[in-house]
Design a protein around this ligand. Structure first.
Ligand code: ADP
Ligand code: SF4
Length: 680
């Protein structure tokens, strides 16, 4: 394919202080759960981004001092010279492909737990960190502390240059850095020249930029990451007032402005809560105030949107974290005109869960993310087939689709049989729920790729039986038949069926609702799953005009979505819709006219009227087909079948990301180590 000339503008070089970015694609800092603990994995991951065409590839937050230790979270570390070699692995990997390496220097101030370093946290004024329940407070900094902090920052900039970085960040974003804490009037109660007026509160940020420029500015660009709006009205920094004034005060000082909204859940909103380009209204003023290049984010995956941002003078460079995770080769694909090969981010924030669980980053759309070093996986390069196997894949959900895509790419003959007329399994069904339409991209990307492969045949409306599999003639069979929701209430809180959860009463599963079954109100949604589905179904039912109550044994709605940065937004929405919320409650009984709830801490009981219950507790694998086949090994052997493997939810129900990964892994590794030996 050749590039559409409309997109040429995206490939113009951009001067950033003393360095030049080869195009306008800018991978902004993003966490990844690898950082200082897994530096080789980190370097390999960033290297793949550079290979994929990003002109700038940034680190995540990099702690500059032991008093900025944000354990147990795993970010970068540059406390002293001994941390330079680990970071140099990354700059080497990035430079190999002609990209610039950027480092986000951070002192986390009161946001640092210092659990490892045992330092006392520091802040503009004495404070208990509002984002933590830890029984420790930060102390207010003296003038000597401020001088020390400035020196640490300067030293870190010098070390970063030695590590090979080309762009050095000063960070005042997300409410997570000392420089930003000084800006925030609610946190900065000082009465000296660093507190009070906005000019005073900006003094430290100005000094940090000036001193970084003085230290490394001849060779390195000094970028400022600044949150222009905290989305908390007059209590915080707002784009129309202090946010704008800070940009005006510092306009020409940094070599680049990287602007966004704060805090992190506001910056990385999921597709359920914000569309592509959602930050534009907040950041568009910046370019009118400075002549320096401006980079911003907004989950950009469409090249038309990117061009529009530049042509309309909103941004100079297209910042991306999640789109670069879902598709590290996004710039290359636009450059070569292969737009429909882009693996678009679905905005689910599974990538963020890596940071929150202190494990390497995972991505729903890109199963190779985080596996670049440990497994040697590459998002685009795949080993060719090692033999003449032919495959029958049963089930075209995310797992079956990804497995078919990759086996097809490897050159195998693949038949993909799907019982339903529509492909995509749970993503197709769930993407019809409120706010989840972008999730259909999991299906669309794979179908689009599969349609290009002559060696993959898709059989819709084909419910496959065990005997048909034996007769089919494939040498390898992959079962990807998914899972179904339990109706009996068994889950985390209940190891036995809940009284009254039988067919006699109106108890519905998510599958029933996805099948279009109608529910009579008032309805109780029982969420013992704790991810997104319970609250999404409650939302859908409420939108349908029913009285809805949401009951959960957890202490908050959709408790696990803390890890996807959505929990607050979900509970706020559920509450705003007028859905009655009962947390820390289990269901004891349903009698057809109401449910009896019991507090999970006491025996206190509450009766809630309900004609229907929607139970979202746990799932059972659809494993009958696999089990029946495995009971007849002789017939399998006689049919010439070498292996029968279950993948995805029919093996063990989990996330969509896990199902995609399982499909990918099997397609890559089923013949391992044969392929590995062939490669050696
Ligand atoms: P996963 O997330 O593991 O990919 P899904 O539940 O999303 O699982 O998808 C499973 C798919 O398998 C569904 O589209 C379902 O219709 C299909 N399926 C289930 N049983 C059969 C069968 N016997 N033959 C063909 N397709 C099947
Ligand atoms: Fe996008 Fe989800 Fe992948 Fe994160 S995990 S990059 S939000 S698709």
């Amino acid at each position: 394919m050749t590039r559409d000339p409309r997109f040429d503008i995206l490939f113009e070089p951009i001067k950033i202080g003393p360095v030049v970015a080869k195009n306008r694609f800018y991978q902004v800092p993003h966490c990844n759960g690898m950082g200082y603990a897994r530096p080789r994995a980190h370097a390999a991951m960033r290297g793949v981004k550079a290979e994929g065409g990003w002109a700038v590839v940034s680190t995540e937050e990099v702690e500059i001092h032991p008093s900025s230790d944000i354990s147990p979270y795993i970010e970068g570390r540059l406390w002293d010279d001994r941390d330079i070699p680990a970071l140099a692995l990354m700059t080497d990997a990035v430079h190999k492909y002609g990209a610039l390496a950027a480092i986000e220097l951070v002192h986390a101030g009161m946001s640092a737990s210092n659990l490892y370093s045992r330092e006392v946290s520091i802040a503009p004024s004495p404070i208990a960190n509002p984002a933590s329940y830890a029984p420790a407070q930060a102390r207010g900094m003296s003038k000597a502390d401020i001088r020390s902090y400035r020196r640490w920052h300067r030293d870190a900039a010098l070390r970063a240059r030695r590590a090979g970085f080309n762009i050095i960040y000063v960070y005042a974003g997300h409410g997570l850095s000392l420089a930003m804490h000084f800006l925030q009037s609610r946190h900065n109660r000082r009465t000296d020249e660093y507190g009070g007026s906005l000019t005073n509160r900006t003094r430290l940020l100005r000094e940090l930029i000036e001193e970084a420029k003085d230290a490394v500015g001849a060779d390195c660009a000094v970028a400022l990451r600044f949150a222009v709006d905290e989305l908390r009205g007059p209590d915080g920094i707002a784009a129309e007032s202090e946010g704008r004034e800070v940009v005006e005060m510092l306009a020409e000082l940094p070599d680049l402005w990287d602007v966004n909204v704060s805090d992190w859940p506001n910056d990385s909103k999921t597709s359920r809560f914000a569309p592509e380009g959602y930050q534009e209204d907040f950041v568009r003023f910046v370019k009118a105030v400075t002549t320096k290049p401006v980079v911003g984010v907004g989950r950009f995956t469409s090249p038309d949107t990117m061009v529009s941002q530049i042509r309309r003078g909103v941004l100079d460079m297209i910042g991306a974290a999640r789109p670069s995770i879902a598709d590290p080769f996004l710039p290359k694909k636009i450059e070569s005109g292969d737009i429909d090969d882009i693996r678009e981010c679905i905005g689910c924030n599974v990538c963020v869960t890596g940071d929150y669980t202190m494990t390497p980053i995972r991505c729903t759309q890109n199963p190779t993310m985080g596996e670049e070093w440990r497994k040697g996986w590459h998002p685009e390069a795949i080993p060719p087939r090692s033999g003449s196997d032919s495959f029958l894949i049963v089930g075209a959900g995310p797992s079956g689709l990804e497995c078919a895509r990759l086996l097809g790419r490897r050159g195998y003959t693949v038949h993909l049989a799907e019982a339903s007329e529509e492909l995509g399994g749970r993503v197709t069904r769930e993407s019809r729920l409120p706010g989840l339409s972008a999730w259909a991209r999991v299906r669309d990307y794979r179908l689009n790729q599969l349609n290009k492969l002559q060696n993959v045949e898709m059989l819709r409306g084909s419910r496959v039986t065990g005997s048909e599999i034996l007769e089919f003639g494939a040498t390898r069979v992959i079962i990807a038949t998914g899972a179904h929701w339990r109706r009996d209430g068994i889950g985390r809180a209940n190891s036995r069926p809940i009284r009254g959860f039988d067919a006699a009463h109106s108890v519905f599963t998510p599958d029933d609702l996805l099948d279009g079954m109608l529910v009579a109100g008032p309805v109780v949604v029982f969420d013992d799953d704790h991810y997104y589905l319970g609250a999404v179904l409650a939302e859908k039912l409420r939108q349908g005009g029913l009285d809805v109550a949401l009951v959960t044994p957890a202490d908050r709605v959709s408790a696990w979505t803390v890890n996807t940065l959505e929990q607050h937004a979900i509970q706020r929405r559920v509450s705003a819709l007028g859905i009655e919320i009962y947390v820390s409650r289990n269901i004891v009984e349903f009698d057809g006219s109401g449910v009896l709830l019991e507090c999970t801490y006491s025996e206190r009981q509450t009766a809630v009227p309900a004609r229907s219950v929607v139970t979202v507790t746990s799932r059972l694998p659809n494993d009958e087909l696999a089990r029946s086949l495995n009971e007849s090994p002789a017939a399998i052997g006689a049919a010439g079948i070498v292996s029968i493997t279950s993948i995805g939810d029919c093996f063990a129900p989990s996330t969509i990301a896990a199902a995609v990964y399982a499909g990918h892994r099997h397609a890559r590794e089923f013949d391992w180590p044969a392929t590995d030996e062939a490669r050696a």
